[in-house]
Design a protein around this ligand. Structure first.
Ligand code: ACO
Length: 321
């Protein structure tokens, strides 16, 4: 059967690290409050010359090198972001140009923090139906540029970065590698709980992130538990079969609560929120790449990816490495 098989991963992080203590010099907050409520100790913040597309390009180059695949083989780039370099063209086309691979499809998808799951599902469908053979799936964000730095309830939570996976369509046996099952959801009724108060067609401005944190937290735990269960049922697996969960890194308490709800030990969950904070669409591929490079993710492992974000949108995907 034809499946989308992960061939490599890569990361792109800004040069500058900002600790909670450094943030507390300009924002009315403290290291203690941030760590206790979120598990975040630091975040990376993009500086001059660093944009969503440049970080995405760094991640894409690293992923191609990891896969041992030349950029010329890439015929699909799907880039998930809520913070594109420009309203158009899509940041995916900027990455395509930087990599020097022309002619294939390249576009952005917008599903905020679950954007990477939406991008992966899109690429997986195109690979399995023969519309593409080799895809770069990227999550990249510069959320620091849409944060209200006067709003301590949101600005301490986010960071910048990019992560990428290379996937290839391959003919594999039933028990072989590849994306096994994916489920995506959205519920626009909750749009006002997490949104940006601007945009090209409304205010003509970029806008800033607004969030009702407590409500988001409540929905996140319920929605994630449901979609994880759904993907397990669809793929004929139980939680005990899963070697690793690579979740969206919104905050440590959501990760703990999700693990508990599923009956999974916390040491099966890849956690990077302490160092990256919430990088929105970039957090899943960033965490995936870290765990792959440090040897936790190994060939044959069953890995669950999951995310929830503004919209609300949420999704999960089970893959075998
Ligand atoms: N530093 C110090 N104090 C703060 C800060 C801060 N950075 N932010 C808020 N406070 C204060 C508030 O003013 C409030 O003070 P008050 O009691 O005097 O009014 C108090 O802390 C409690 O505020 P809450 O917002 O109720 O704090 P809560 O315990 O809910 O924690 C948090 C806030 C961390 C945002 C939590 O709601 C949460 O984790 N929500 C999940 C949302 C999330 O992670 N969103 C990410 C994007 S969505 C996604 O990726 C899934």
């Amino acid at each position: 059967m034809i499946r989308s098989v992960v061939k490599g991963s890569g990361s792109g992080l800004p040069r500058r690290v900002v600790s909670n203590d450094e943030l507390a010099k300009t924002v009315d907050t403290s290291d203690e409050w941030i760590r206790e409520r979120t598990g975040i100790a630091q975040r990376y913040i993009a500086g001059e010359g660093e944009t969503t597309a440049t970080l995405a390009t760094d991640a894409a180059r690293a992923a191609l090198a990891d896969a041992g695949i030349d950029a010329s083989a890439v015929d699909l780039i799907v880039l998930a972001t809520a913070t594109p370099d420009q309203t158009f063209p899509a940041s995916a086309t900027r990455v395509q140009q930087a990599l020097g691979c022309r002619g294939g499809a390249a576009f952005d998808v917008a599903a905020v923090c679950s954007g990477f799951l939406y991008a992966l599902a899109t690429a997986d469908s195109m690979l399995r139906t023969g519309m593409a053979r080799c895809a770069l799936v990227i999550g990249a964000e510069t959320f620091s540029r849409i944060l209200d730095w006067e709003d301590r309830a949101t600005c301490v939570l986010f960071g910048d970065g990019a992560g990428a996976l290379v996937l290839k369509a391959e003919d594999v046996p039933e028990d072989g590698p590849g994306v096994l099952a994916t489920r995506l959801h959205a519920d626009g009724a909750h749009g006002e709980l997490l949104y940006v108060d601007g945009g090209p067609s409304t205010t003509g401005t970029v806008g800033k992130v607004r969030m009702q944190g407590r409500e988001v937290f409540r929905h996140a735990v319920t929605n994630l538990a449901e979609v994880l269960e759904e993907v397990l049922v669809a793929s004929g697996h139980s939680p005990a079969d899963v070697d690793w969960v690579v979740p969206h890194q919104a905050n440590r308490r959501i990760l703990d609560a999700t693990a508990k709800k599923l009956g999974l030990p916390i040491d099966k969950i890849v956690i990077t929120v302490d160092r990256h904070a919430n990088t929105s669409a970039a957090s899943v591929p960033l965490a995936f790449d870290e765990a792959k490079r440090d040897g936790r993710l190994k060939p044959g492992d069953l890995v669950m990816l999951e995310a929830m974000g503004g919209g609300f949108t949420w999704g999960a995907s089970l893959l075998r490495l």
